[in-house]
Design a protein around this ligand. Structure first.
Ligand code: HH2
Length: 292
């Protein structure tokens, strides 16, 4: 990439990301996004936080453990998951966002592929939009993101959650996903989203075989070199089970290794379930990075 062609500062210079009444610093210590799935069927924490008071308690606990922001989702996007109607997704996430927004000392992100959910979530107090379809799903999502001015995570997925694990294919997964994300970011800007508000995510586990996921992790530095802040979500995912064996609850150390790798390659944010442990991982990586 020709740096002169981009107004973005180099990725390793910390800069503020405007998030509603908050500012997150991206480009310094890797930020920790705590996952809160208000769903009956998420692959790891499904059914545990459907009750709004349990969800709020979990969000507060993750903040105490060191989360820099909380990502709230009301629809599982695990492989084979059926879509959730907008009304049901709104019923799941809005009470939790409304209860948390006035009291949480960190920004709330909404994990949704529906424009109406993103719009209502921001109105209720969310200040970042995490769209696993990178604005390619709901035709109104681009407008909602542009109008709210919220930062947006554009994530790569091949196919849809229903179909994505049915024979995913790439000639060169890293080049294809990098190119796709660059185009998604350009498309978002063409629809009025500010360049400074865009983050990109290679979408670990979304239409990828284990080998693809490992190659994408290995290439986090190539995503960082695009100049966009990079989000990586390896937490407890099946690629870890493919390497080490074991179910989602046995993937803590594999997650820690993936988070350490991503953080040392310059990832701006990691999306994780195990906040306390992963905050320690990213702080240690940062201490090594800054050692004089
Ligand atoms: N992964 C999941 C959901 N949302 N968003 C981003 N930006 N990146 C990710 O890697 C990502 C994501 C899937 O994980 P989880 O939320 O734990 O499970 P489920 O989709 O079953 O709710």
């Amino acid at each position: 990439m020709n740096p002169a062609a981009s107004p973005r500062p180099p990725h390793n210079v910390p800069r503020p990301l405007a998030c509603g009444r908050f500012q997150l610093m991206v480009g310094g210590r890797t930020l920790v996004m705590g996952i809160l799935n208000v769903t009956p069927d998420s692959f790891s924490d499904g059914g545990r936080y459907l009750d709004p008071s349990a969800a709020c308690a979990r969000a507060r606990a993750m903040v105490d453990e060191g989360a820099d922001l909380i990502d709230i989702g009301g629809e599982s996007t695990r492989p084979g998951a059926a879509p959730v109607p907008a009304g049901e997704e709104l019923r799941r996430v809005l009470p939790v966002i409304r209860a948390l927004a006035p009291i949480l000392p960190v920004p709330i992100s909404v994990d949704t592929r529906k424009a109406v959910v993103a719009r209502e979530a921001v109105a209720a107090g969310a200040s970042l939009i995490n769209d696993v379809t990178a604005l390619t799903g709901d035709p109104d999502m681009g407008d909602v993101v542009a109008r709210t001015g919220a930062p947006v995570i554009l994530m790569h997925m091949q196919g849809t959650p229903e179909t994505m694990q049915q024979g995913p294919r790439y000639a060169d997964v890293v080049t294809e996903v990098t190119g796709w994300l660059r185009e998604a970011a350009a498309g978002a800007q063409a629809r009025g989203v500010a360049e400074a508000q865009i983050l990109i995510d290679p979408g670990i586990g979304f239409g990828k075989r284990p080998g693809h996921n490992l190659q994408l992790l290995r290439a986090v530095d190539r995503f960082v070199a695009t100049g966009y802040p990079v989000v990586v979500g390896p937490s407890r995912k099946s690629v870890i089970g493919a390497v080490l064996g074991g179910g989602p609850d046995e993937r803590l150390m594999g997650t820690a290794a993936a988070v350490a790798w991503a953080a040392s390659a310059g990832a701006a944010m990691v999306r994780v379930h195990d906040v306390r442990a992963m905050r320690q991982v990213v702080e240690m990586i940062e201490a090594v990075r800054r050692a004089a």
